[in-house]
Design a protein around this ligand. Structure first.
Ligand code: ZN
Length: 409
């Protein structure tokens, strides 16, 4: 009944049987990677492949160490229980996120789970050389945690502009790195394949795969972090990088003609107008723990006359200016806010933000959902691992087992 996309019918497209099989393997692997454990019957339904084809694909993925079939977690629907098929955490990636105050390194399984994590606190902003030394030392120290997993490579989520072809940092302003061949240096130090991406792009990929933006459609992500506002765009599961990889730099959207001067040279950029430290200053909080700021924002907002509430009001209006442009340009299904922006959303509520975004083009029911990021402090590490997994998810046959096992002690 549902065999319309079997190997044989695929040949009418001019592709070889091998191509079709690779595409089918990739489709099944991406499905269980994104949606978690599923029965063979559910995979059959979701892929519209026939049952015996799915059985063969699952066996091959299992043989390659990319999925596991777990009878214990059998999915009992109507009829016989069907063993669940899950992405295997025997296939892993090492995720790295350098920040001004810390370097995070984690071992992440193909299921998207963080299996092991080490946080190295920097005494001062690390140089490129110090970063490479710290990362290779942490990875060396983590080897016992690898166990018998196959490490497919190292993904780096970099807070800055990245030249994707060679993984070098064009400019990471807050780390003070410029024209630094990060990918090459980490590869030389670790002997592993290295993929480097912009941190906000890693964030939107992780959220649209496992978090608030799951499913197809246009997903926009904006994150308010200590070093400014980053963002990313995913359309139907694909990251939109732009010609130079800078698409989604929403932090430099103009939201005021009379605002502060930005480090980019412009005036009134979103990231200079909407910042946590401007709230902290306005509310007179002094040296406050970052974790306590959300409570202070909520308390200020309840007391509508407080200086903090005036500042929140100003920031939400500025944010709404940027969001109105985003809604009119992209007509997104979901807008995901992270960091300080998620706190603004939590304090004033989604309805208030929608009220200030309006009016947008009349679309009738196509208003986006505006939600907070779900993956919290593991977001960038999961996204960095996705940089590495992308190759295997696109073609599960490119990773012969002997290559994978040679990377592991
Ligand atoms: Zn700017």
């Amino acid at each position: 009944m549902d065999g319309a996309r079997t190997d044989a019918s695929g040949s009418t497209l001019g592709a070889t049987i091998d191509d079709i099989r690779r595409q089918n393997l990739a489709q099944v692997l991406r499905l269980v990677h994104r949606d978690g454990p599923m029965s063979r019957a559910e995979i059959t339904k979701a892929t519209a492949l026939n049952r015996s084809t799915v059985g063969g694909l699952v066996s091959e993925l299992s043989h390659r160490g990319l999925v596991v079939e777990n009878p214990a977690a059998a999915v009992r629907k109507v009829g016989r229980p069907s063993p669940s098929v899950a992405a295997s955490d025997q296939a892993t990636a090492i995720a790295v996120n350098p920040e001004v105050d810390a370097i995070d390194v984690a071992l992440v399984g193909l299921s998207g789970r963080v299996l092991h994590r080490v946080r190295y606190r920097n005494e001062r902003t690390p140089t490129v050389g110090e970063f490479v030394n710290v990362v290779s030392a942490i990875i060396e120290g983590m080897r016992p945690a690898f166990g018998d997993t196959a490490v497919l490579g190292v993904g780096v989520a970099l807070p800055g502009l990245v030249r994707e072809v060679d993984g070098s940092a064009i400019l990471a302003p807050h780390l003070g790195w410029r024209d630094a061949p990060i990918g090459l240096l980490v590869e030389e130090a670790t002997g592993m394949r290295v993929v480097v991406g912009n941190d906000a792009n890693c964030g939107v990929v992780a959220e649209s795969t496992f978090g608030a933006g799951r499913g197809d459609g246009v997903v926009i992500y904006l994150n308010g972090g200590a070093s400014g506002i980053g963002g990313g765009i995913v359309i139907n599961g694909r990251l939109v990088g732009g010609e130079g990889g800078n698409a989604g730099e929403f932090g430099h959207t103009a939201v005021s003609t009379r605002g502060c001067r930005c480090h980019c040279g412009a005036t009134g950029c979103l990231e200079t107008e909407v910042r946590r430290d401007r709230f902290v200053e306005a509310a007179g909080l002094g040296d406050v723990e970052p974790g306590a700021v959300l409570d202070a924002m909520a308390a200020s907002w309840l007391d509508r006359n407080a200086a903090g509430a005036v500042e929140i009001d100003r920031q939400v209006s500025r944010l709404a200016v940027a969001l109105r442009s985003i809604v009119n340009i992209f007509n997104p299904r979901t807008i995901i806010l992270g960091g300080h922006l998620a706190h603004l959303l939590a304090v004033v509520g989604e309805d208030e933000i929608h009220r200030r975004i309006a009016p947008t083009l009349p679309g009738g029911g196509s208003e986006p959902e505006i939600v907070g990021a779900r993956l919290n402090d593991e977001l960038l590490l999961i996204g960095a691992a996705e940089l590495v997994f992308a190759q295997t998810l696109a073609d599960p046959t490119v990773m012969p087992r002997e290559v994978a096992s040679s990377l592991v002690r």
